[in-house]
Design a protein. Structure first.
Length: 370
């Protein structure tokens, strides 16, 4: 008989027993040598940005399943089609970490590129995630303290938030990335062009509310579980105060065309924009212009500046280059296109959204096209 042929919860292999310690103890208070695999697994969970897609302890993304009770699953709750016997749950986890798509058909989980020891450590960490109803009288004092401390968590730094929840999709963030799993471009959210055009309110809206209908989830306290202090910290990390201060100090007035004719704008959009952004502003390979969060947070000035100058180090080119002899949109055409883009947001699309600072300098087109 196989090790898992009859029991829902068979005896663990010797190298997996560390996963049981968390039922009664705070892993941080135990001798490191006794729980080294659990600690390494937790570190990998954070470093590999697993929380970008999975919720754990009320925090994380929603693309994948929540993992709070992952260790309590039986083999009957797992897809075993591509797994060889004996079908132990830990065998499934290890095979899944090595090749997610090879175990679950159509999986959107990226291959975490783990070594053998790392696969084992992350498996042990997953097995440790069990929501057991253990009487408090059975718990060690350190576990009681851990439960109390979770009621008042210490906020992460901006860099820690980015590492744990953003890195998996956005990478380092300076460049726009083609994601072959999602089959779309992921914005370079730390890129120079975005920093020069987006105000803090715009960035905060994208983080707190996400982009409904896309892979970008909401990260506010009631959704992704981030504390207000953590959102503020990651905003500082994305757009450091000194960078913003320099941009505002050197700001200059920029003439922006008014909204023009929607019919002419629709023709321009169909010809030049729909190939990436989708015919109706969604469903394409680029950010969704029709998304309600974007439409509410993005000012007319933000949209015009982006079209004019593009986004450096992304697939978004400049459509109104200022170099002699260059071909691009006229100001009148920009106004027409803007008018049509605002129809995608419905009647609530604002003339200007939360612009409380002087307009920022427009990057030179030659810089935008690099």
């Amino acid at each position: 008989m196989g090790v898992d042929s009859a029991w829902d919860y068979p005896l663990l292999d010797r190298n997996l027993t560390q996963s049981s310690c968390l039922a009664c103890h705070d892993v941080a208070k135990l001798p490191e040598r006794q729980v080294s695999l659990v600690l390494e697994g937790r570190k990998l969970y954070e470093e590999k940005s697993c929380g970008g897609c999975h919720r754990l302890g009320g925090r994380g993304g929603t693309l994948g399943p929540a993992l709070d009770n992952e260790g309590a699953k039986t083999k009957h709750q797992l897809i075993l089609t591509h797994l060889k016997p004996p079908y132990a749950t830990w065998d499934w986890h290890q095979a899944h970490f090595r090749d997610p798509g090879g175990i679950v058909d159509g999986s959107q989980m990226k291959n975490p590129a783990l070594s053998g020891p790392q696969v084992l450590a992350l498996t042990v960490f997953m097995l440790s995630q069990r929501q057991r109803d253990v009487p408090e009288s059975y718990l060690a004092p350190d576990k009681v303290e851990e439960k109390a401390s979770k009621l008042h968590p210490q906020p992460l730094t901006g860099q820690q938030v980015y590492q744990q929840y953003c890195l998996a999709c956005h990478g380092e963030g300076s460049y726009g990335r083609w994601d072959k799993t999602f089959r779309r471009f992921v914005p370079g959210i730390r890129g120079a062009s975005l920093q020069a055009t987006a105000d803090r309110a715009y960035l905060e809206a994208q983080i707190v509310n996400g982009r409904p209908g896309t892979q970008m989830p909401a990260w506010g306290a009631k959704a992704g579980g981030l504390l207000p202090e953590e959102i503020s910290a990651v905003l500082d990390y994305l757009q450091p105060p000194d960078v913003r201060r320099v941009a505002v100090t050197t700001a200059r007035a920029v003439p922006f065309p008014a909204r023009g004719d929607t019919t002419r704008g629709a023709a321009l959009y169909s010809t030049y924009c729909s190939g990436c952004h989708g015919l109706a502003g969604h469903g394409g390979i680029a950010p969704e212009i029709a998304n309600p969060v974007f439409q509410k947070a993005a000012s007319d000035e933000f949209i015009i500046t982006t079209i004019r100058n593009g986004r450096r180090n992304t697939a978004m080119a400049s459509f109104q280059p200022q170099t002699p002899g260059a071909v691009g949109f006229s100001d009148s055409q920009l106004g027409d296109l803007l008018a049509f883009l605002r129809t995608m947001g419905g009647p609530q699309a604002p003339l200007s959204a939360n612009v409380n600072e002087p307009p920022l300098p427009v990057p030179h087109p030659a810089e935008a096209l690099r």
